[in-house]
Design a protein around this ligand. Structure first.
Ligand code: NAP
Length: 317
């Protein structure tokens, strides 16, 4: 298949490009700053339709991942870049598809599981999930992330693409052993004995193993009935306390010092990121993938964590 990945140079794009290229697919990444890679890299400005749009002609799928990283402090400047980079790049992709002579078969548009509300009581699936933003106790930065997600999805909806099936992927954190990724960061806490509960540890962690993420993408490309919003997350999210206990056990360490919310806020400031990434309760389940018959290779976190630790160690050798 010919697969186009706008914004495919980041954490998720690298996971996908590596796996799809190894499986023999023709992978093309659209980047603002193309560098040498085992697959083709094509320049784009992530804002307007340009020469890059020719790559979409006759492609099997466009998987749009572009957006300024959210792993930073939510200053006014960063907030604007986080929002505009997603809305503008998504519009550009929609416009290019709408103008194509031979439009791609599928447009998989990245969104985020963060769009759902901060809650402990019940899981959010696509049908009954509660969209966030109305929580009484949520800090302003959490509302911002939800506003971004809504604007991102709205930008994807602006263009009718009658010949191209459109899927909005509300993805959970993609766990891979890559250095600098989310799993690597959580594992670093564990390795330094700091992987205890944070702020009580009740908040849910939604996650997906990178193997299942790639499998779900290929499955969504193949399944013509899958259109609209799809949660891309493992079926068993779990509270942070249990999540980190399983990671400690997978790594083979018993100590995990707890941290309170204010300690995390200080650490987040020093690390230039937002504590929302671990404090918000994300309880998201893949209702549509499961009911349509997708089978997860890693449905449960303890086995996924063991496999990820093995992969991480193999790379460290
Ligand atoms: N990582 C996860 O687990 C996860 C989970 C749910 C949703 N998501 C979302 O999925 C997308 C991909 O995630 P990721 O972790 O791979 O992100 P990432 O590592 O930050 O990469 C995103 C890519 O977007 C491009 N980009 C950065 N700033 C941009 C800007 N100002 N304008 C246009 N493009 C820009 C970059 O490509 P170039 O510099 O090459 O142009 C970058 O490689 C993101 O939008 C993220 O919010 C990620």
């Amino acid at each position: 298949m010919k697969l186009i990945l706008p914004g495919g140079t980041g954490q998720v794009g690298t996971i996908l490009a590596r796996a799809l290229h190894a499986a023999g697919h023709d992978v093309v990444i659209l980047s603002r700053r193309p560098t040498a890679a085992p697959w083709r890299m094509v320049p784009w400005d992530a804002r307007s339709v340009g020469a890059w749009a020719a790559e979409l002609e006759g492609a099997d799928a466009v998987i749009n991942l572009a957006g300024r990283s959210v792993n930073c402090r939510y200053t006014v400047t960063n907030r604007r870049a986080i929002l505009e980079s997603r809305v503008q790049s998504t519009r550009a992709v929609g416009n290019a598809i709408a103008r194509a002579q031979q439009p791609p078969r599928v447009w998989l548009q990245m969104s985020t599981a963060t769009i759902y509300s901060h809650r402990y009581d019940a899981p959010n699936d696509e049908a009954s999930g509660i969209i966030g933003g109305g929580e009484q106790d949520a800090p302003d930065s959490w509302r911002f992330s939800i506003d971004v997600a809504k604007a991102w999805e709205a930008a994807a909806a602006e263009r009718e693409t009658p010949a191209t099936r459109k899927v909005l992927m509300r993805a959970a954190m993609v766990m891979s052993p890559d250095r600098g990724g989310i799993f690597d960061t959580l594992l670093r806490l564990v390795r330094f004995g700091l992987g205890g509960a944070v702020a009580g540890g009740r908040q849910y962690m939604s996650w997906i193993h990178h193997t299942d993420f790639v499998r779900a993408i290929l499955w969504l490309i193949d399944h013509g009935e899958m259109e609209g919003v799809v949660n891309v997350a493992a079926p068993h999210p779990l509270p942070y306390r249990a999540f980190m206990a399983a990671l400690r056990s997978a790594w083979g360490i018993s100590v995990g010092l707890p941290a309170t919310a204010w300690m995390l806020d200080v650490a987040a400031f020093v690390l230039r990121t937002e504590s929302e990434l671990v404090l918000k309760s994300r309880r998201v389940v893949p209702g549509r993938l499961l009911s349509a018959g997708f089978v997860f290779q890693f449905p449960e976190w303890p086995a996924a964590a063991r496999a990820l630790c093995d992969e991480w160690r193999a790379r460290a050798r």
